[in-house]
Write a protein that binds this ligand. Structure first.
Ligand code: KIV
Ligand code: ZN
Length: 510
């Protein structure tokens, strides 16, 4: 299979569509980025369009490395061709890119010319451009574009005949644009095949697809598999109207299809951010691969799959591992009313707080209710709920104080269902004794085990030095986790019991 040849048009088609086209210094930054991406060709501008663009094309041609094709656009008129030749002749491989429409509609209503006149203008221009560029640079080339090729289904034989003449006149690359995306990918690909089969094998077939209906990536990728080797794409999909074919999407789609893609994919993300900044065209939230939200999962099922495959090259709900394009942010787990326990577990653990899946299941309806009102909950709000519902659980019990009476005897002061209690219990320390004291209320809970866990910095910052985690079994045999923090381990233990009792009492009777 052929290797794709990436011909970047950001500095020409992309630039011409900007509200404020780039100056030389801006173009240089983008050009450097294209070199980092290791593209094979760069269309640096349209030299006849302005003095500024002419200068930019000249400068960038001088900066071009040995193996880079540098092209300048020109209409099929002498003035444009001479301007393009002068602007890019010092590039190592300069290419004059001529274009003319061969679409019946455009020839009639825009050019107001007969097809035969248009075909002659094309071949004459190619011949002239070929002679001019070869005079000043032996490695010079000519590319011819059939503007509005997508609209040429009805006169495809005329287009092919014209292209045969264009090739005889010196063009070695034939570019076939879907200039306004009127032709759907399948039909366009059939037209590409027809032209390819009609021209000699050494002629390079190129595609240039605009994205008016959002199918440009599909058209370009499928055209490659139909024999178009040169793919004209733009960074961030910049370009006239809805833009050109997005470079990143095509490169990654081909990579994912097992094609040896000769660009440095790891430079994609940083490039995209710079291009967005410099073009003042923000990256849409949902832009494939590079959108701020393109790595977010919000439904419980997707979050579960995403987290289970987080570190794998292939992910349950993503086309690539983000690192392939140099993206360092993880897949984002956002909590909405559609999300589940896995998201709660992930968000709280990632924020550095201890939580088990069992606790996440308990918190899910509470956090979900908040999300139903707000939409996606900020992490801080989830953490707030977690703290209130874990370390300060409100319910039938309100622990006040405990004191050591004597040896293994302790006294506990607390409120239960609006009544004040002062109960003594005995045991192996305040935790055991507390469970013992609670028996006098007829509470049938069992202490399964407890642990002191290391505190992270943030909890320490809140003034606590100990965190206790206790596991109680309720009267129905279910295990409940209670947590509490305090400077004193003993107090943290007892508070953890009361937090657990409130959790149990909320769900059913203790
Ligand atoms: O969209 C188009 O047809 C073009 C040509 C100049 C190649 O940009
Ligand atoms: Zn275009």
């Amino acid at each position: 299979m052929n290797r794709p040849f990436f011909y970047d048009i950001t500095l020409r088609d992309g630039n011409q569509a900007l509200k404020k086209p780039w100056q030389l210094s801006d173009k240089k930054v983008i050009f450097e980025k294209l070199l980092d991406l290791k593209v094979q060709a760069v269309e640096v501008g349209f030299p006849a369009s302005s003095e500024m663009d002419f200068e930019a094309c000249r400068e960038l041609s001088l900066m071009a490395p040995d193996n880079l094709v540098v092209s300048g656009l020109a209409r099929c008129v002498e003035h444009d061709i001479i301007s393009a030749v002068n602007a890019i002749k010092d590039a190592k491989i300069p290419r004059i890119h001529l274009f003319l429409t061969l679409s019946p509609f455009h020839m009639q209503y825009v050019l107001n010319k007969e097809p035969i006149q248009v075909a002659k203008a094309a071949t004459d221009a190619v011949k002239f451009a070929y002679e001019q560029i070869k005079k000043v640079n032996k490695r010079g080339e000519v590319q011819f574009s059939v503007e509005h090729f997508g609209d040429c289904a009805d006169n495809i034989d005329f287009v092919i005949d014209t292209l045969k003449d264009v090739v005889k006149s010196g063009a070695t690359t034939i570019n076939l644009p879907n200039t306004v995306e009127r032709t759907h990918p399948g039909a366009f690909v059939e037209m590409i095949k027809k032209v390819k089969d009609s021209l000699c094998d050494d002629i390079i077939i190129s595609v240039h697809n605009h994205n008016d209906l959002g199918m440009a990536t599909a058209t370009t990728v499928e055209s490659f598999f139909a024999g178009a080797v040169q793919l004209e794409c733009a960074l961030n999909g910049l370009g006239e109207r809805a833009g050109n074919t997005n470079f990143y999407e095509v490169a990654v789609a081909l990579h994912n299809s097992g094609v040896d893609v000769p660009v440095d994919l790891s430079k994609i993300y940083e490039t995209a951010l710079i291009v967005a900044q410099m073009s003042k065209v923000p990256i849409p939230e949902k832009a494939p691969l590079i959108g701020p939200d393109a790595l977010a999962h919000r439904s419980g099922i997707h979050q579960d799959g995403a987290l289970k495959t987080k570190d794998m090259e292939k992910g349950a709900y993503r086309p690539i591992h983000p690192s392939l394009i140099g993206r360092k942010d993880d897949e984002k787990i956002g909590f909405t009313s559609q999300s589940g326990k896995t998201a709660i577990f992930e968000i709280i653990s990632k924020a550095g707080y201890p939580i088990t899946i069992q606790e996440a299941i308990r918190l899910q309806p509470i956090i979900k209710e908040a999300a139903e009102k707000v939409g996606e909950l900020p992490t801080a709000q989830i953490i707030d709920i977690y703290f209130n519902e874990t370390f300060n659980v409100k319910g039938d019990f309100k622990f006040k104080h405990f004191s050591h009476i004597d040896k293994g005897t302790f006294e506990y002061e607390f409120r239960y269902k609006d009544k004040e209690y002062k109960l003594k219990g005995t045991g192996n320390g305040p935790l055991d004794a507390c469970v013992d004291a609670l028996k006098q209320l007829g509470l049938n809970v069992k202490l399964l085990h407890y642990e002191q866990s290391a505190l992270d910095e943030e909890i320490k910052g809140a003034g606590a030095t100990a965190m206790s985690v206790i596991h109680l079994e309720d009267s129905k045999g279910r295990e409940v986790i209670g947590r509490a923090r305090h400077e004193s381990t003993a107090v943290a233990n007892v508070r953890a019991i009361f937090n657990a009792l409130n959790i149990i009492s909320k769900e059913n009777d203790v």
